[in-house]
Design a protein around this ligand. Sequence first.
Ligand SMILES: NC(=O)c1ccc[n+]([C@@H]2O[C@H](COP(=O)([O-])OP(=O)(O)OC[C@H]3O[C@@H](n4cnc5c(N)ncnc54)[C@H](OP(=O)(O)O)[C@@H]3O)[C@@H](O)[C@H]2O)c1
Length: 340
Amino acid sequence: MRRIVYTKKGGLDSIDIIEDKTPKLSPNEVLIQVHRAGINFADLMMRQGLYGAAPNFPFTPGYEIAGVIIGLGKDVSKFSEGDRVVSLCGFGGYSEQIAVSDDRTFLLPDEVSFDTAAAMPVTYATAYHMLKHLGNFQKGDSILVHHAAGGVGTAAAQIGRHLGASKIIGTSSAEKSDFVREMGMIHVDREKEDFVLVCKKETDGDGVHHALDPVGGNHLMRSYKSLRSGGRLYCFGASSAVKGSKRSLISAIKMWKSTPKFDPLRMMNSNKAVFGVHLGTWKDQEILAQHMIELEKLLREGGINPIVDKVFRFEDVSKAQKYIHDRKNKGKVLLDFSPL
Ligand SMILES: NC(=O)c1ccc[n+]([C@@H]2O[C@H](COP(=O)([O-])OP(=O)(O)OC[C@H]3O[C@@H](n4cnc5c(N)ncnc54)[C@H](OP(=O)(O)O)[C@@H]3O)[C@@H](O)[C@H]2O)c1
């Protein structure tokens, strides 16, 4: 079986595809023949060596996959060979086959395609975790979301709409304005418009209830300023550390240096909250599993509908990652590992 490897930190040329043995199973693991693997922005950051929670090089990235069970560890009782499943596999998902713990694996309803399944776990669980679990989202709440046309952005828009958001304000590149509007958001051109002003204007001067910021650096303070009293800022990424497909230490340092130091006394006076959010380091698997169950229910009821922009064969992984570096994606990008 083949798997994709990041050989060293760097650009797209540090991606390789290697031949490897079929993974050995621990008692509680299932062996999955991967059909689709989701690409997350974090995968790009890991490749550039800008992601603290990544394994040491060389390693195989890939947080999420959908496929078919082809082997069972001796203690696994809830699955059978041939089951179609989706899994939040941690790392290693960019592989033709992977061994994953059964408690990170979920049965797929027949009507859910591998595309839809692989597009969901990270983006939807992250958006749901922020808005619903951490954010105690209430009907009528307003949301600011950056990278609005991307994976988490579109997931947050759909979940927000389902939960009864009054307004969802989304920033993105100008070319995606129509798409962002189609997703039910008020579009803000991330380069030309001031999203703080738009948030205030759209909420009668109050500001939004929830600001989802994956950009980091000084952008965080602007998202904080977009909040109303009682509002919550979620810091869940650092995309401003990335400049194109090559590793840029200068951008990373700039991001790091411009990251605000929030003062609890000032936060007290303005009645605002700041959450740091990282699904990858979140320990409580039961809560994650609960999110997945809720999301699957929402999917079946039509409350959410993951947007898959493009599916690349896994041999074209560099092209797929370049597509995201070039900011072209509207929704999710997947890798196709299905046997030919
Ligand atoms: N903490 C967590 O648990 C967690 C989980 C999932 C995702 N995240 C974070 O959430 C963000 C979104 O993740 P995603 O996987 O859904 O990706 P995504 O939003 O689909 O990422 C691609 C889009 O991001 C925008 N972008 C902003 N800065 C960029 C840059 N420097 N280079 C390329 N594109 C850039 C571009 O759209 P526009 O130019 O149109 O804005 C691009 O199309 C990422 O920062 C990711 O690290 C965090």
